[in-house]
Design a protein around this ligand. Structure first.
Ligand SMILES: Nc1ncnc2c1ncn2[C@@H]1O[C@H](COP(=O)(O)OP(=O)(O)OP(=O)(O)O)[C@@H](O)[C@H]1O
Ligand SMILES: [Mg+2]
Length: 368
């Protein structure tokens, strides 16, 4: 009993879920390569990646609905690899929220508590409280068919949060809603997550949604994790070409490694010239390298001092996108560079004109 030194829970109380080499294969097809990551207690972790990248597969293995081919799962330091679904007490919300059509909103939300045989008075109180939190108290006696899509999804959320699960898994829960409603619900889920202190794993293929909602994002591609980090880390320090292009807009100057400069920056030789950047590639021996620079780090004009990269390109288009102007430039080899400019800024540049742009060396990252 008294062996805290060997207990994983005691050794790392911050870790709620430990995913340790979980993998899934179907015959010869690999749906998920062995994956290892820790989800912190109370964390909002998002699995983000394109269709077929293995997000649902990973989530389902955590839920217990899909058995893993290899690896282990631990919760609070306890081995849950083979624990049956009904003993996991996790809240699950999916894209198709599957409310019970013959039950009212109130009955739907009460369902998980009835299953857990809670006393009637307690159920009544918990349901009323939760419905109020998702602003559905006025709809308690309606049936799902009498609700809008957004309201139905709120019922699904209430039904999940009502029994206060320590872990909630959500798989594209807002996928069926329009953009405006999705944005409202994103904030709502975030608020509920904070309020209840739940550990939450959320699946989406929408990068904006992931940036808005998450404490950390796990970027997935081709059945494996590309990068795991905070939204800021992923956005400003992408580690792979995939992560850089999947999240936000990136300028990508492809080329070959050409050593380092005196300051230790990595040099990359591209058709538009040789540039310096911070080495970020995990694999220096990779065939394909690129310098990544976010559009907001690129400025008009020639370099103003040392520590800058500069290039010249042809202005192809200026697009007004509300919050700023987007300037699109074409390089001699046909590749493109985009930069952002304050919409109020004076522009006496003509389309087709050659212009110089520059960016700090520190703003560029060489990835593969
Ligand atoms: N039961 C199965 N049998 C065979 N292959 C499967 C099975 N379930 C999933 N796969 C395959 O595993 C891969 C990963 O699927 P998964 O559902 O995890 O993707 P996803 O990232 O959730 O994609 P989406 O965004 O489209 O939901 C896919 O190529 C899928 O076709
Ligand atoms: Mg999926």
């Amino acid at each position: 009993m008294n062996t805290p030194a060997t207990s994983a829970a005691a050794a790392s109380p911050a870790v709620k879920i430990r995913i340790d080499g979980l993998s899934k294969t179907y015959g010869t097809f690999t749906a998920l390569e062995p994956t290892t990551l820790d989800v912190q207690r109370g964390e909002f972790l998002t699995l983000l990646g394109p269709s077929g990248s293995g997000k649902t597969t990973l989530l389902q293995m955590v839920s217990g609905l899909t058995p893993a081919t290899s690896g282990r799962l631990a919760v609070d330091g306890e081995d849950w690899t083979h624990r049956p679904v009904h003993d996991r007490n996790m809240g699950l919300v999916f894209q198709h929220y599957a409310l019970f059509p013959h039950m009212t909103v109130e009955e739907n939300v009460a369902f998980p508590l009835r299953m857990r045989k809670q006393p009637a008075e307690q159920i009544k109180r918990a349901v009323a409280e939760t419905l109020e939190k998702v602003q559905l108290d006025r709809f308690a006696h309606r049936f799902p068919r009498e609700l809008s899509g957004g309201q139905q999804q709120r019922v699904a959320l209430a039904r999940c949060f009502v029994f206060r699960p320590e872990i909630i898994l959500m798989d594209e829960p807002l996928g069926a809603l329009d953009k405006a409603l999705r944005e409202t619900m994103q904030l709502e889920i975030r608020r509920l997550h904070r309020e209840f202190g739940t550990t939450l794993i959320y699946v989406t293929h929408d990068q904006e949604e992931a940036l808005v909602m998450s404490d950390r994002i796990c970027v997935m591609n081709h059945a494996k994790v590309e990068q795991l980090g905070t939204p800021t880390q992923i956005y400003s320090d992408p580690e792979t070409i995939f992560a850089a292009t999947f999240i936000g807009h990136s300028n990508l100057l492809e080329g070959t490694l050409a050593g380092t400069d005196a300051a230790g920056n990595t040099l990359i030789k591209t058709p538009a010239g040789t540039f310096a950047g911070r080495m970020g590639a995990r694999d220096a021996g990779a065939e394909k390298h690129a310098l990544i620079v976010r559009p907001e780090r690129v400025s008009l004009g020639a370099a103003t001092g040392p520590g800058m990269n500069e290039l010249r390109a042809t202005l192809r288009d200026v697009v007004y996108i509300g919050s700023d102007n987007r300037l699109m430039l074409t390089l001699p080899d046909g590749s493109e560079v985009t930069l952002r400019q304050d919409p109020g800024a004076e522009t006496d540049m003509a389309i087709g004109q050659e212009i110089a742009v520059h960016w700090p060396i520190a703003a560029g990252r060489v990835v593969s």
